[in-house]
Design a protein around this ligand. Structure first.
Ligand SMILES: *Cc1c(COP(=O)(O)O)cnc(C)c1O
Length: 390
C-alpha cells in the first residue's frame, strides 16, 4: 500500500497546483480544425503545420503499402528484413536533405534516445541547451557521458564551457533543438557550427519542429543557415503529417547506427503504411512554397496583433508563438476561455516549462484562412480585454 499512497499523493499534489494534465478527445475535422470533446474548434495547437495529415496522397500511399505488405512489419528490420517502404523513405529523406544516408525509427523520441546513447559514452562530453526537448535530455542521460548544460541559445556560455571542459574528454557533442518546441525560437546554429569546428566537437541537431517549416524547400533550420551537423533528427509526426523519426547524416555514422542504435536493433519496425505515408509527404513538403508563405504570414500577423492586444508574446519568427502568462492556473483559465470561444489553444505548464513561465502555446497553420486568423484574434481580444493575458 505504500506505493499506492505515494502515487495517489503525487496525483493529488499535481491537482492542487493546477498541474494535472488531461488529454481531450479530439477528432480532426479537415486540416486546421478539430472537434475537441464534441465541440468544433479552430485548431491552434497542432504541429501539422502544412495540413498534410489529411492530404489524400498520404492516405493513398499508406493504403497501398498496407494492402501490399499488411498492417505490421513483423519484427525489427534486422530480424525480419526491410520493407520497400522503409528503404524508399530513407532514400527520399537523404535526397531531400542532401545527405548520404538516413535511418528511420518509429518515433522521434526513440531516434534521439538511440542515437545519442549509441554515439556518446562515459569518456565523452555533451554540451546541451537548457531548453532541449525531453528526448534529447533522456538520450544524454542514457549515454552516461559527462553533461554540461549551457544557457538557452547562448553561444558565449557554450564557448566558455567548451574552453573549460572540452579537452578532458574523448569526443564532444553539442546537442540542440533547432526550433525550440515551447518557445518557438531558433538555435544560433551558425555560431554553434563554428564553435564545434573550433573545439573539435560534433553538432547534433533536432529538427522536429523546423523540418518542412524553415529553410529552402522546408529543409530545416540547419539548411537555412548552411550548417551541416554531424547528425540531424527529423521528426515525421509534425509537418510531415504522419509519424516516425529519422536520423540523417554521413554514410559512416548512419552505418554505425544501423548496428548500434538500440531502438533500431531491438524494436519492431514502423508499420509499412506509416513509412509509406512519410515518404509520400516529402515531395509535397518540397513543393509547399505557397503554404509555407501563408503559414509565415499567419504567424507574423498573430504575433503582431497579439502584442497589440497586450499579450506577452515571445520574440521569434516561427509558427510557434508563446504567450507567457506566469501561473499555471491563470494559463489554464485562459486556455478554457479560448476553447469556449471556439479556439483550441493549449496551456503549457511545469514541468514542460520552468515554474512561473506557464504560457499559451499558439501554433499557426497553413491550412487556416485569413478569416480563421481574424476569428482567433477576436477570441484573444475578448480575453485580453478582461485582463486574461497577464
Ligand atoms: C516532438 C518532438 C520530438 C519527439 O518526436 P516524436 O516523433 O513525437 O516522438 C523530439 N524532439 C522535439 C524537439 C520534438 O518537438
Amino acid at each position: 500500500m505504500k506505493l499506492d499512497a505515494h502515487l495517489a499523493a503525487a496525483l493529488s499534489n499535481a491537482q492542487q497546483h493546477g498541474l494535472l494534465r488531461r488529454a481531450p478527445e479530439v477528432w480532426q475535422r479537415g486540416a486546421g480544425h478539430a472537434i475537441v470533446d464534441g465541440r468544433p474548434l479552430l485548431n491552434l495547437s497542432s504541429s501539422d503545420y502544412l495540413g498534410l495529415a489529411q492530404h489524400p496522397a498520404l492516405g493513398e500511399a499508406a493504403q497501398q503499402a498496407h494492402a501490399a505488405e499488411g498492417a505490421g512489419a513483423g519484427a525489427s528490420r534486422l530480424v525480419c528484413g526491410e520493407s520497400p517502404a522503409h528503404r524508399q523513405l530513407e532514400r527520399r529523406l537523404a535526397n531531400f536533405l542532401q545527405a548520404d544516408a538516413a535511418l528511420s525509427l518509429s518515433s522521434g523520441y526513440l531516434a534521439n534516445l538511440g542515437a545519442i546513447a549509441a554515439l556518446a559514452g562515459p569518456e565523452d562530453v555533451i554540451f546541451s541547451d537548457a531548453l532541449n526537448h525531453a528526448s534529447l535530455i533522456d538520450g544524454c542521460r542514457l549515454s552516461r557521458a559527462t553533461i554540461h548544460v549551457y544557457q538557452h541559445a547562448d553561444g558565449h556560455h557554450l564557448d566558455e564551457l567548451l574552453r573549460l571542459h572540452r579537452t578532458s574528454h574523448r569526443f564532444a557533442w553539442v546537442v540542440t533543438d533547432t526550433l525550440f518546441s515551447m518557445d518557438g525560437d531558433l538555435a544560433p546554429l551558425a555560431e554553434l557550427g563554428q564553435l564545434c569546428q573550433r573545439y573539435d566537437a560534433n553538432l547534433y541537431a533536432d529538427e522536429a519542429h523546423a523540418i518542412g517549416v524553415v529553410g529552402p524547400q522546408g529543409r530545416g533550420a540547419c539548411a537555412a543557415v548552411g550548417v551541416t551537423p554531424k547528425l540531424r533528427m527529423i521528426g515525421m509526426g509534425k509537418a510531415f503529417g504522419g509519424g516516425g523519426g529519422a536520423l540523417v547524416g554521413d554514410a559512416l555514422t548512419i552505418g554505425f547506427l544501423r548496428q548500434r542504435c538500440r531502438p533500431f536493433v531491438f524494436s519492431t519496425a514502423t508499420p509499412p503504411a506509416v513509412a509509406a505515408a512519410a515518404a509520400a509527404a516529402i515531395p509535397l513538403i518540397e513543393a509547399a512554397a505557397e503554404p509555407r508563405q501563408r503559414l509565415h504570414a499567419h504567424q507574423r500577423r498573430l504575433r503582431h496583433e497579439l502584442k497589440r492586444q497586450g499579450w506577452r508574446v515571445s520574440n521569434a519568427d516561427t509558427p510557434i508563438i508563446a504567450a507567457i502568462i506566469g501561473s499555471a492556473e491563470d494559463t489554464m483559465r485562459a486556455s478554457h476561455r479560448l476553447i469556449e470561444a471556439g479556439v483550441f489553444v493549449q496551456g503549457i505548464r511545469p514541468p514542460t516549462v520552468p515554474a512561473g513561465t506557464s504560457r499559451l502555446r499558439i501554433v499557426a497553420n497553413a491550412a487556416h484562412s485569413d478569416a480563421d486568423v481574424d476569428f482567433a484574434l477576436r477570441a484573444f481580444a475578448t480575453i485580453a480585454a478582461s485582463g486574461g493575458c497577464t
